[in-house]
Design a protein around this ligand. Structure first.
Ligand code: NCD
Ligand code: ZN
Length: 350
């Protein structure tokens, strides 16, 4: 039987880039419409490295919400700290005690957008901080790619498992770890079978596309993100994981806005913009797999369960129907191109 309407508990986005200033004001309304909460990534310039900076950033997000006319209390930004070689254990304790941050994000130095200040030697220089996080129960969110320039860009996640993830989790077995924006079958196998508190977020683009889409008819920068899209076998493994019974795989869009000019560029930025139509994209992927009945667990239940937060109570409705993704959206003085611009999706968020 074809399902034409899908009502589920309102979802949360466990991996989101909101930026700051005009960009923040341009994008906040999209996420606040689709999601009740979002884990906001700290890779601003300069990065959000302290409780004070996280609190200040959260206030700017709240100001942007007011300016955008988003009803107070309808959306909650959950803040994160950016791990550096100099993060202090006291800051971790303060983050936990005040609730100013729900997690700490690891950007291996040089891995992606604004990662220059990231950790250079996780198990060496950050070990006291990791021990403190393990003790107080603050999760580590991991950008899981090695940065070794001799490693092929398509192999960087798989190698990260052996070089960083396994030693890290052996040293800190009770540390809560989220393998962010997982993109490979290797990653899926690791997260599914590992012992202890480990989970992963999955983006819509990695579930919908393989790497061919980046080169279809010419180079297409709006399909370029990090970690980069992989082969079909990996896409299939991610879709299988998302639609499985495992509680370890949940929604994180990694919506990462960059202006059209910075994407359509000789050295284009990495990131796909999906905040506008995230639930429609996920519904399309789940529908293609014949697993729409699994969308609610993936989008709305497993994330809060992992973070130890209450599930949302409000419901949302997705309806079957044609939704043409706009070619461009306003983005401060510039514009932004959403993922799959101009294409038609079979689901609409009501
Ligand atoms: C992100 C960004 O632009 O901030 N880009 C991306 O391609 N995902 C950074 C990140 O999450 O790697
Ligand atoms: Zn990200």
């Amino acid at each position: 039987m074809t399902v034409n309407t899908l009502s589920i508990i309102k979802a949360d986005d466990w991996h989101l880039h909101l930026r700051d200033g005009e960009a923040l004001e341009a994008v906040i309304g999209h996420t606040a419409k689709q999601f009740a909460r979002a884990v906001v990534m700290p890779n601003l310039k300069p990065p959000v490295t302290t409780v004070a900076l996280a609190q200040a950033y959260q206030s700017r997000i709240e100001q942007a919400m007011i300016k955008a006319g988003i009803p107070a209390g309808s959306f909650t930004p959950l803040m994160t700290l950016y791990l550096t070689d100099n993060t202090s254990p006291d800051e971790i304790v303060r983050a936990k005690e005040t609730g100013a941050a729900v997690a700490v994000k690891l950007y291996p130095a040089g891995a992606t957008t604004n990662s220059d200040a990231g950790a250079t030697d996780l198990l060496g220089r950050c070990s006291t901080v990791l021990e403190t996080m393990q003790r107080v129960g603050l999760p580590l969110l991991v950008h899981g790619e090695v940065t070794d320039p001799s490693v092929d860009v398509f192999d960087r996640e798989a190698l990260f498992i052996d070089r960083v993830m396994i030693p890290l989790r052996k040293a800190f077995p009770a540390l809560r770890v989220v393998f962010e924006h997982l993109t490979t079958k290797d990653g899926v196998d690791y997260v599914r079978d590992a012992e202890g508190p480990v989970a992963a977020t999955l983006t819509p683009q990695h579930m919908l596309y393989n790497r061919n889409v980046i080169f279809q008819g010419g180079v297409r920068p709006h399909y370029y993100c990090l970690p980069i899209l992989k082969r079909e076998v990996h896409r299939q493994a991610l879709l299988d994981a998302a639609t499985s019974d495992s509680p370890r795989f949940f929604l994180g869009t990694d919506s990462a806005p960059h202006s059209k000019g910075l994407k359509e560029n000789a050295c284009g930025c990495a990131g796909c913009y999906t905040a506008l139509h995230a639930m429609e994209l996920y519904a399309t992927a789940f529908d293609q797999a014949g697993k729409l009945d699994r969308l609610e667990a993936f989008a709305s239940l497993r994330g809060p369960d992992f973070y130890g937060l209450p599930r949302n109570t409000e419901t949302i409705t997705l309806q079957r129907g044609s939704f043409v993704i706009p070619n461009e959206l306003a983005f401060g003085k510039e514009t932004i191109v959403p993922l799959a611009a101009g294409e038609t999706l079979g689901w609409k968020f009501c």
